[in-house]
Design a protein around this ligand. Structure first.
Ligand code: ZN
Length: 319
């Protein structure tokens, strides 16, 4: 159990003006997450230098991506509506609500030994484990903020991302499943049912795997139809992966053709996602927001949010 929790409610680091404070998003962030250095390589996430290039490609999951999210939120048009909160490291004991002890031991040992390629493209370098603990802890703080009634919407602005991380293995640049840990925290408080909606262009296989046997979490993922991509990602993301035992029917996969745009996403939302959420009647929504599906704009029916009684919306980014 991960209830060694004694986190007091935080005061925000800034003060939105009184006129705007009614519609504030609490953003949880810690600069230490920038120290996760994924390196560069000759193509995409290879991490390899062939020796004949002047300029190597940055790894797609790099610190600048999140630096820009911070700057947009600090200086962009919605900055007046944001309260900033300091993130924190997760305790090892807190990770065991979603991950196995053996898997966490493997990561701790890899860090102690100076780093390791955990799976293709997924580099645990010096500083990476500390960043992963910060991402997990910061997400837990963002969830605690909602559970304590401190706000209606919180945003855990974290890296490394988490939605591919499964209870027993890393995958796709993800070590710890930040959203999964936060959902477990909610389920161990007075929240009975949570819907997690993942719009990242890749399948949220780690989150799905973690709740595959549960009828308390409706896991919905819209993604490209990429299928399994090797031993770290055995799940296919197909429609027939429905959950098992008590969780049967509580895993909703919506694979979409490449190039699906606004109309396709809107159709899937209105015809599949919204009715499923309304039928499930969750007390909380966790949104896993991958920027790599940003060719679409997400239109959210306002009355759906209203239909979720005591709705608390909680957001984590992914890749
Ligand atoms: Zn992705």
């Amino acid at each position: 159990m991960a209830e060694s929790w004694s986190e007091p409610p935080q005061s925000p680091l800034n003060s939105p003006s009184p006129a705007e404070s009614q519609n504030v998003i609490g953003v949880f962030w810690h600069e230490g997450m920038l120290r996760h250095d994924t390196g560069s390589g000759w193509v995409f996430d290879s991490g390899e230098d062939p020796g004949f290039l002047d300029v190597l490609e940055k790894h797609p999951e790099n610190a600048d991506r999140v630096r820009n999210m911070v700057s947009v939120l600090k200086r962009g048009p919605i900055s007046p509506f944001i309260s900033w909160y300091q993130g924190r490291r997760a305790l090892i004991s807190e990770l065991l609500s979603f991950h196995t002890q053996e898997y966490i031991d493997e990561l701790v040992e890899a860090d102690r030994n100076g780093g390791k390629i955990i799976c293709p493209g997924t580099f645990l370098n010096p500083g990476s484990w500390d960043a992963a603990l910060l991402a997990a802890g910061t997400t837990l703080s963002a969830m605690k903020h909602i559970l304590d009634g401190q706000g209606k919407i919180s945003y855990a602005l974290v890296r490394p991302p988490g939605h591919h991380a499964q209870p027993t293995r890393a995958d796709g640049y993800c070590f710890l499943n930040n959203a999964g840990l936060a959902i477990q925290l909610a389920l161990r408080s007075d929240i009975k049912k949570v819907v997690v909606l993942d719009i990242d262009v890749h399948y949220g296989n780690g989150t799905a795997e973690g709740f595959y046997y549960s009828d308390r979490v409706l896991a919905i993922s819209l993604h490209m139809n990429h299928g399994s991509w090797g031993p770290s990602h055995p799940q296919k993301g197909t429609m027939d992966e429905l959950g098992e035992r008590e969780g049967f029917g509580y895993n909703l996969n919506i694979p979409l053709p490449n190039g699906t745009g606004d109309r396709g996403y809107t159709y899937a939302m209105n015809v599949l996602v919204v009715p499923a959420i309304e039928k499930f009647e969750p007390e909380m929504m966790v949104l896993v927001i991958g920027q790599d599906s940003s060719a679409c704009l997400l239109f959210w029916k306002a009355d759906t949010a209203a239909a979720v009684e005591r709705a608390a919306i909680f957001i984590v980014p992914s890749i």
